[in-house]
Design a protein around this ligand. Structure first.
Ligand SMILES: O=C1O[C@H](COP(=O)(O)O)[C@@H](O)[C@H](O)[C@H]1O
Length: 257
């Protein structure tokens, strides 16, 4: 697991644009080295704003969208097309505007008659397993970038403090009784998140300041899930100034004037 690097931008708008620029560059670099790439999207306010900025920048044309596998770190277990699904937001602001290969877009299953959140988690685990190569050495493909929002309670994906999902070794599990609505969700677990080459935690606003401080501390991941979200090669905390407010000045040096 890598030691996190913190990058602080002036405000949420600049943060979203900077994440978008960084994502385009990362995908182009990976695709020029290996042809394809695997990205894991997040929902949430600034996560979705960053995807909208990818659509807004002409640089998105440098990405080979046809050769990109797109996954989600978590999903609210709601019917297809529901406005609160992370997939719905990502499609509206970005994926519906790019030339993606639908066979490589991998939303978590939506709620439907006869399908439980547990069934949905197993289906997603199978889809992930089917996309692995022998050199991935695990049950999920080697994600090139895995983006996460951070809740005010330090949750990442749908891993909420103290909940059973934080003790899991399986890569994907159902969550029931989440403290943030909706209660039923599906989520990658920390072992799956930690297989990613790069993990980017993206947070904006003062309500996230305490969670950011704790996620950068040596707190245990059961109490502070964000403290367990680390990449194999790189971990980035991409913040605005308000979210970085509780960090010591030497860690939170502003990148944007
Ligand atoms: O419920 C969720 O919340 C987090 C954070 O959302 P935010 O709006 O506070 O930034 C998000 O990352 C996660 O994907 C989502 O399901």
């Amino acid at each position: 697991m890598t030691v996190p690097t913190v990058v602080v931008h002036r405000d949420q708008e600049i943060l979203a644009k900077a994440v978008a620029a960084r994502l385009v560059t990362r995908l182009v670099d990976v695709q020029s080295a290996r042809g394809g790439a695997h990205v894991v999207l997040t929902g949430g306010g600034v996560g979705t704003a960053a995807l909208a900025e990818v659509a807004a920048t002409p640089a998105h044309a440098a990405v080979d969208w046809d050769h990109l596998d797109i996954w989600w770190g978590d999903e609210r277990f709601l019917p297809a097309g529901h406005e609160e699904r992370n997939e719905t937001g990502a499609r509206a602001v970005l994926l519906d505007r790019m030339h993606v290969d639908e066979r490589r877009v991998h939303p978590m299953p939506a709620a439907e008659e006869g399908l439980s959140p547990e069934d949905a988690a197993e289906l997603y685990a199978s889809e992930l397993r089917a996309a692995t190569h022998p050199d991935d050495h695990g049950e999920v493909p080697s994600f090139d970038v895995l983006m996460l929002g951070l809740g005010p309670d330090a949750h990442v994906a749908s891993l909420f403090p103290g909940m059973p999902a934080l003790y899991e070794r399986r890569p994907v599990v159902a969550v029931r009784g989440a403290p943030k609505p909706p209660p039923n969700r599906v989520t990658l677990t920390l072992p799956a998140i930690q297989t990613a080459r790069e993990v980017w935690i993206i947070a904006a606003g003062e309500s996230k300041a305490k969670a950011v401080r704790l996620a950068l501390s040596d707190a245990g991941p059961v109490q502070v899930p964000g403290a367990g979200a680390r990449g194999r090669q790189r971990t980035l905390f991409l913040l605005d100034r308000a979210a970085a407010k509780e960090l010591p000045a030497e860690i939170a040096r502003p990148a944007s004037p």
